[in-house]
Design a protein around this ligand. Structure first.
Ligand SMILES: Nc1nc2c(c(=O)[nH]1)N[C@H]1C(S)=C(S)[C@@H](COP(=O)(O)O)O[C@H]1N2
Ligand SMILES: [Mo]
Length: 412
């Protein structure tokens, strides 16, 4: 991507209008203009979810909450390809007062704290001064699939659609930090977006990464998602991309970058968004005492069937196509296997094109099923040898669901 091409996209007047502003009139209608609902059974309910088509710039989405917007990608979208269409990319915000208009001509990103020189970048500066990089990476909410936690935990009861994969274009955070000059003794880098809490005394969402992580050359400040400017609802004009880490760190509408000479202990780092300190399990027993919690961090491998859903009827006794997606978490996918005997034996699947280690990877295979209910189990092993476990984890935040998923079809 050339500088000029990227700049043209952001400065294109029509692009501002579609991304830099949220049609608030339409937002207000989000609840009343429901098109329909879909079946989406979760343990403990509900069995159906409303589908909304009323969000500016979004196609049909599962409505979890209107203010702030929590919109989930309908499952069928993940079968269409490894990159999630922008108009059906999920969205999640913490505070209802999300930015409804950002003028890219006046918006600035500030870099302050433990640096040699405090800096302020306009949108134009940030895009022009640093080398452009592109990376395919999965953005997954820490609470994706929370609706399947048993016993149930509080929070957005997502099914599996609080994730998406995209090609992100932007600049390396490292280059931007180096321009300000990180001082010796720096510990973490903190990120804050342009929204503000509804109650002024409530803490705004602030997330931090270790300095070495922030400077690893992979963490990016991006403005492009799958070839277009970020929609406002997904973080226009810039968002942080933290490949392999949960989306809570992917700060949208990034406005402040602060280099800290101490560990960030703000509410959103601890106790919010913490997991039991036993990665990759993030597991504990409900009610267990004296569990040490640490900030959520790297993702774990996951895999799903996408062309068949539970309850689907498939012909018995002849090879049927089974297809899906997988991702390795904080590294690539080594293999994806399928079991139709409850996990006793596993058969290999074919992996499709590799778009890089942080991307979704499509897999396909054919299976011959006997008549009756058949459980398709899919298991991903990542390049570090980490494999999805057979029993689900549990933690009170409903974070980091980590288990071999099953799809029960009826062979007839
Ligand atoms: N500024 C800002 N950035 C944010 C959030 C937020 O509330 N405010 N939520 C985070 C969380 S928890 C998630 S899951 C992702 C969602 O990204 P998306 O809306 O583009 O899908 O944004 C992250 N970045
Ligand atoms: Mo999230």
């Amino acid at each position: 991507m050339s500088h000029n091409e990227s700049l043209r996209k952001v400065f294109d007047r029509r692009a501002f209008l579609s991304t830099g502003a949220l049609g608030l009139g339409s937002v207000a209608f989000a609840r009343s203009a429901l098109a329909k609902s879909i079946e989406l059974p979760l343990p403990g309910g509900p069995d159906r979810r409303d589908i909304t088509t009323a969000w500016p710039g979004k196609g049909p989405m599962i409505l979890q909450r209107t203010r702030p917007p929590l919109l989930e990608t309908p499952w069928s979208v993940f079968d269409k390809g490894v990159f999630t269409p922008v108009d059906q990319f999920y969205t999640r915000w913490h505070w209802a007062d999300i930015p409804t208009h950002i003028d890219p001509k006046t918006f600035t990103v500030t870099m302050s704290g433990h640096v040699n020189q405090e800096l302020k970048f306009t949108v134009f500066d940030l895009m022009r001064k640093f080398k452009h990089v592109e990376l395919a990476a999965v953005n997954q909410c820490s609470g994706n699939s929370r609706g399947y936690f048993q016993p149930r935990v509080a929070g957005g009861e997502w099914s599996n659609g609080a994730m998406g994969n995209a090609r992100w274009v932007g600049v390396r955070l490292k280059d931007v930090l180096d321009a300000a000059g990180v001082k010796p003794g720096a510990v973490q880098v903190q990120f804050e977006g342009a929204e503000r809490p509804v109650i002024p005394t409530a803490p705004n969402l602030k997330k931090s990464l270790a300095v070495d992580h922030a400077r690893d050359g992979e963490v990016m400040i991006a403005w492009e998602i799958n070839g277009q400017s970020l929609p406002l609802i997904n973080g226009f004009p810039f968002r942080l991309i933290v490949p392999g880490w949960y989306a809570t760190y992917w700060t949208k509408s990034l406005q402040h970058i602060r280099v800290l000479d101490h560990e960030d202990t703000n509410f959103w780092m601890h106790p919010a968004y913490t997991i039991p300190d036993n990665w990759p399990q993030a597991n504990m027993t409900p009610g267990e005492k004296d569990v040490k919690f640490v900030p959520i961090n790297k993702m774990v491998p996951r895999s799903f069937v996408t062309n068949l859903t539970t309850g689907a009827k498939v012909p018995a006794g002849r090879p049927e196509l089974v297809r899906g997606i997988a991702f390795g978490g904080d590294t690539g996918v080594k293999m994806v296997e399928l079991s139709i005997d409850g996990g006793k034996t596993w058969m290999p699947t074919q992996l499709s094109k590799d778009y890089g280690k942080y991307s979704f990877r499509q897999w396909t295979t054919h299976v011959k099923l006997d008549k009756g209910d058949q459980n398709l189990m899919v298991r991903c092993t990542n390049s570090d040898g980490l494999q999805q476990p057979m029993t689900p984890n549990w933690n009170p935040g409903g974070f980091m669901r980590n288990v071999v998923e099953s799809t029960t079809v009826m062979a007839v």
